[in-house]
Ligand binder design. Structure first.
Ligand code: FNR
Length: 362
């Protein structure tokens, strides 16, 4: 058996292989963050396609935490109930259902990418967005939206929203909760000195900038059962030179703190915070960041970004560079990437196909 298809045991969970569908927004809700047939078919297809973990898109813990009015949410019991058939289906296919819990912070209240990704004013169907320090924000794209600087009540509200979202995710049947602390969204905005200019206990020192992430993770871990894993997605670096920013050394330090709080895997992405970022994207471009976290801590890591080939994915696990491989766009091009990888890499691969499709097996 190849390393990519060796199971990964975490707490009481056995993940059947090392391939995960990376969280990807579908902007396909029609009302109030509730899933539609699109979500069920989209996530369900990737479970049929052999992914060990099928993770939802960034799922907002409160309405103002959505990037667009069409994002998925989990701020009510109705949301949890509506997601349950999807988690059941993923499990029936042998996959592990995971949810990414998110708050978009100052990158919220935008139109969908195919509608231009422009801010929507509060009086035009949008809302006031939350940020650690409005005066410090360089708009990532388009104009600056209307902002509220988070006061202590807002911060407590966000932490409570994450806790309640985790409870509902559990009720919905998810086995893994991932806290989204990457890509310039709310939690990353607190982490990075490029966007956090606060002078209270949530800004300034490393200890203070990371406080909200530790408190959110603590709240999630508190309600998430001991036998189920918690992941955190971070941006390993802001890719910014010549100014105060978030970097890999801080990421390693944070990862170690999060492991102490009971986080089981750090999903290492990068960037998304600042328009001046200098990123050289390409195959495996974020893997060195994941490796650094793995080497600097005892925590498992997920590698993501530019992973498109089965052999490439297997090599990452085989060479000890990552414990899990998250695949994004290749899973959009090919929902059966997991089965295709099994066909390419495994001698006994026929079982990878669902029984309904076996007549197609070569
Ligand atoms: C993304 N990505 C992303 N990341 C995340 O943490 N939460 C999200 O909801 C989304 N949404 C999203 C939508 C779409 C359409 C794309 C293409 C990407 C980033 C994604 O998870 C992944 O990290 C990147 O795409 C890099 O991996 P690939 O695509 O090179 O495998």
């Amino acid at each position: 058996m190849t390393e990519l298809f060796s199971p990964l045991s975490m707490r009481g969970l056995e993940i059947p292989n090392r391939i995960a569908v990376s969280p990807m927004c579908q902007y396909s809700c029609e009302t109030d963050g509730l899933p539609t047939e699109w979500h069920r078919v989209h996530l369900g297809s990737r479970a049929v396609g052999g992914a060990g973990i099928v993770m939802t898109e960034a799922t907002a813990v409160e309405p103002r935490g959505r990037i667009t009015p069409h994002d998925l949410g989990i701020w009510s019991d109705d949301h949890a109930e509506a997601l349950e058939p999807t988690t059941d289906f993923i499990r029936e296919q042998g996959g592990v259902p995971a949810i990414q819990l998110a708050h978009a912070g100052h990158k919220a209240s935008k139109t969908r990418p195919w509608d231009g990704n422009v801010p929507i004013a509060p009086d035009d169907g949008g809302w006031e967005v939350l940020s650690p320090s409005p005066e410090a924000y360089p708009p990532f794209d388009g104009e600056r939206p209307a902002m509220t600087k988070a006061d202590t009540d807002d911060i407590v509200g966000v932490i409570d929203a994450y806790r309640a979202a985790a409870e509902r995710s559990l009720a919905a049947g998810f086995e893994i909760a991932e806290v989204h602390a990457a890509h310039g969204y709310l939690l990353h905005e607190f982490l990075s000195p490029a966007t956090n200019r606060r002078d209270d206990e949530y800004g300034g020192s490393f200890e203070n900038r990371t406080r909200i992430v530790r408190e959110v993770v603590d709240a999630v871990r508190d309600v998430w059962p001991d036998d189920k894993p918690v992941f955190v997605r971070i941006s390993g670096t802001d890719w910014l030179e010549g100014q105060a920013a978030w970097d890999i050394d801080q990421s390693v330090r944070l990862a170690s703190d999060l492991a102490d709080l009971g986080v089981d895997l750090i999903d290492v992405s990068s960037g998304g915070l600042h328009p001046d970022q200098q990123v050289a994207a390409g195959p495996n471009f974020q893997v060195p960041l994941a490796e650094a976290v793995r080497e600097g801590t005892n925590v498992a890591v997920g590698a993501v970004g530019g992973i498109t080939e089965p052999e490439q994915a297997d090599a990452l696990v085989r060479n000890g560079r990552a414990d899990l491989v998250l695949v994004g766009r290749e899973f959009l091009r090919d929902p059966y990437f997991g089965v295709r990888a099994a066909e390419e890499l495994e001698s006994e691969s026929a079982d990878a196909w669902p029984i309904q499709y076996r007549r197609a097996v070569r």
